[in-house]
Write a protein that binds this ligand. Structure first.
Ligand code: FES
Length: 387
């Protein structure tokens, strides 16, 4: 049910027929409840006699608010002046007329300008002119029709406030009882209770339906097992440059330099690509006195430290080294690791430092790993702590 409110009157008061020239005198009678007026309409506020009943006796909260009603209706000039209304009407018609002109321009341009059969600059000129006129005509037609419609709505269409009274959402008791009865009738007609064979076979068909969603998960591949917890680095395994595969000695790493390395023989692994992805490591040389962390110092060789290149955020390669600050930067989300602080995270979303690879020197002076990383490399995963 819809009820029009004239002059800001909320339901329940005398109906004020909105003669525009009665606006002022009607305002005081418009607000829904006794002793209450609309904001700005000259009343004494929203609380009737001004007393605030309190919820808990402490005087902070009013127990109820009275309906402040709708603000007083403001008439437009076109509502109260017939000449103004005629002017607005002409303006709207002008916009619609301009829209028609735009449409005509589009149609004429479409048929009058024929790029077909032209060539060279003539073709380009014709296409250019045609495109411009088509765009202009279409734009004018749509723009003016929109402006005209808005102008019409804002100046001439009724703008009085409307209250739409909502019906209760709940069905009546009779309707609810009818629905239940209809369901029962339907179930009885289908014979679900009587025809046990159909009922049981239906249940038997529905029960395994969930498997259709679960079984394809098998295509995600075999479970990774412990493969995420370990890499190809083993005690005594030489560090070789990536991709040339040249073993390196401590003297090959200049101070401030960074070298990408892999374990020697990585390409002989059963899954070389997977193993390379996990074992990829950065070797960096610092001044020995720049290393302060005891563990970092213990796993270093003459200021040479090695860290996993796999970002502990979501696994991008941490490929950017800033020589002056000794910061390693992951370009994916800007996680930054400080090499002089055992690759602690100093910026970005990564939650853990890069794992360090313990280094040693073999009998021929080549750099080797003294053992695998002491924790899983890369991003976190559920079973990470079980290694
Ligand atoms: S993967 Fe390195 S910061 Fe996100």
């Amino acid at each position: 049910m819809t009820e029009r409110i004239h002059d800001g009157t909320a339901g329940g008061t005398d109906d004020v027929q909105g003669s525009p020239d009665t606006t002022d005198s009607s305002n005081s009678a418009l607000m829904g409840t006794e002793g209450t007026s609309a904001p700005g309409a000259g009343g004494d506020g929203a609380h009737g006699d001004g007393e605030l009943a309190t919820r808990d006796g402490h005087g902070e909260l009013p127990a109820r608010f009275e309906n402040p009603g709708l603000p007083a209706h403001v008439y437009r000039r076109s509502d109260i002046d017939p000449k103004a209304a005629i002017r607005r009407e002409r303006e709207v018609a002008t916009f619609f007329g301009l829209s028609t002109l735009g449409t005509v321009l589009f149609i004429v341009a479409y048929f009058a300008i024929k790029p077909a059969g032209k060539s060279g600059t003539d073709l380009l000129d014709a296409v250019s002119l045609s495109t411009k006129l088509l765009g202009l005509g279409l734009g004018l037609a749509l723009f003016c029709i929109g402006v005209g419609a808005i102008h019409w709505a804002k100046t001439l269409m009724p703008d009085d406030e409307v209250v739409a009274v909502r019906k209760p959402m709940r069905s009546s008791d009779e309707d609810r009882a009818d629905a239940v009865a209809a369901l029962k009738d339907g179930a009885a007609g289908a014979g679900l209770g009587r025809r046990k064979l159909i009922r049981n076979s239906l249940l038997g068909a529905l029960a395994p339906l969930g498997l259709l969603a679960i079984i394809p998960l098998r295509d995600l591949g075999p479970l990774p097992g412990a493969s995420l917890a370990y890499t190809a680095w083993k005690p005594g395994r030489r560090l070789v440059t990536d991709p040339t595969g040249r073993p390196i000695k401590a003297a090959d790493v200049p101070i401030g330099g960074v070298i990408h390395v892999q374990p020697e023989g990585i390409d002989d692994a059963e899954h070389p690509i997977d193993e390379r992805a996990k074992a990829t490591t950065l070797v960096i040389r610092l001044e020995p006195d720049e290393i302060t962390d005891p563990k970092q110092k213990k796993w270093a060789v003459d200021g040479i430290v090695a860290y996993s290149k796999v970002c502990t955020h979501v696994g991008c390669p941490v490929g950017l080294y800033e020589q002056q600050t000794h910061h390693l930067l992951c370009p994916c989300h800007q996680s930054t690791f400080d090499v002089t602080k055992d690759c602690a995270v100093i910026f970005g979303p990564a939650a853990r430092p890069l794992p360090q690879l313990p280094l040693a020197v073999d009998s021929q002076g080549y750099l080797v790993s003294s053992e695998d990383f002491q924790e899983p490399i890369g991003p976190s995963f559920w079973e990470r702590g079980e290694r």
